[in-house]
Design a protein around this ligand. Structure first.
Ligand SMILES: [Zn+2]
Length: 343
């Protein structure tokens, strides 16, 4: 079995046209309704006809080619526009994206499980995000949410680190609902650091913000997953380990045991380094397919984002280890049997 914890919704252009309309009028034309193309039937038709993935390829076909049984899907992060104003427009857009994710899950209940986007309007309290997390889990059957560590979207305003009290209402609600928060940065205003670069930097920063804080002491049941293999963490592990040893506190390696990492990395070496660094128990198969990695490697003829293939090839993992990374850790952490008994 293969459960991919890192996927994003595929939808026809109608979804992105709603976003453009909202921005053009700053929401003053009212709250948009979902057109029929974004209904359960509309999305079923779209994906069955090979839609999704843009130039990357059809969403369901890619899942079949990579033998991914189930994928956890969320709104496309770089489209979330958390830094735009007014805040209620951000909330409308997020709720609407979650409704589309929900419809896609209803269209293909055996293939998709929902993960929420949160209306984290920049500079605002987290009340709307807490309410939407609750709606997504209790009303839509979602099993977690993406958390954007920089709602300002790299516009020069520095957000609170993930160790700060600002985030506590969200941590409290995630613990109460017993769902993971998946750290995934969103857009970037910077041309020097476009969103893909910003993901990696923010996700590295997220790990350090959490380990240098009281968060896991205050919320011992909090489940945190970091996207994209933890950014630079596996590669720079020794640097942070040395700092922790010098300070006489708990070792960085011990603190990392509180955090899970997805394997959303597109080379054999990077995935092996991640698993060696944080261990089999803390890794979850994630591919973000279709997405940035959807392209064919000219040297091997395989898709870069056929991430399970890299995991399958790892010589130092037993078959039992591979099962843990490919689905068992995810099924347990996200409590997926709550929505799909066969998991
Ligand atoms: Zn992603």
């Amino acid at each position: 079995l293969r459960i991919d914890v890192h996927g994003h919704v595929s939808a026809p252009a109608h979804l992105w046209s709603i976003r453009a309309g909202l921005l053009a009028a700053r929401g003053t034309h009212g709250r948009p309704a979902l057109p029929k193309q974004l209904s359960v039937e509309g999305l079923k038709e779209f994906l069955n006809a090979g839609g999704g993935g843009g130039p990357g390829g059809p969403h369901l076909k890619l899942m079949d080619q990579h033998r991914t049984d189930v994928q956890l899907i969320s709104p496309r992060p770089y489209q979330m526009m958390h830094s735009e104003k007014p805040a209620w427009m951000v909330r409308w857009w997020t709720e609407l994206c979650n409704d589309v994710v929900h419809n896609e899950c209803r269209a293909f209940p055996d293939r998709f499980i929902g993960i929420a986007g949160l209306p984290q309007a920049a500079g605002e309290p987290l009340d709307a995000a807490v309410a939407e997390l609750e709606r997504a889990v209790t009303k839509l059957g979602f099993r977690g949410a993406l958390l954007n560590p920089d709602p300002h979207e790299n516009n020069g305003t520095v957000p609170p680190s993930l160790g700060e009290r600002y985030w506590y209402p969200l941590y409290e609600k995630a613990c109460e609902l017993d769902v993971p928060l998946h750290i995934h940065s969103c857009g970037s205003h910077s041309v020097r650091e476009p969103y893909s670069m910003n993901f990696i930097r923010e996700e590295t920063t997220a790990v350090l913000g959490l380990v240098h804080s009281d968060v896991f002491r205050d919320f011992p049941r909090l489940k945190i997953v970091i996207s994209h293999g933890g950014g630079a963490i596996p590669y720079q592990f020794g640097r942070f380990q040395a700092m922790s040893a010098r300070s006489g506190g708990p070792l960085f390696s011990e603190q990392l045991r509180n955090i899970y990492f997805d394997t959303c990395l597109y080379s054999q070496e990077a995935i092996e380094l991640l698993i060696k660094t944080v261990g089999v128990d803390n890794c979850l198969f994630g591919s973000e397919c279709p997405g940035t990695g959807t392209a064919v490697d000219p040297q091997t003829g395989r898709d870069y984002d056929d991430v399970a293939h890299y995991i399958d090839k790892i010589g130092f993992l037993s078959d039992a280890d591979k099962d843990q990374v490919l689905w068992k850790n995810a099924a347990r952490l996200f409590n997926l049997s709550a929505v799909q008994p066969r998991l």
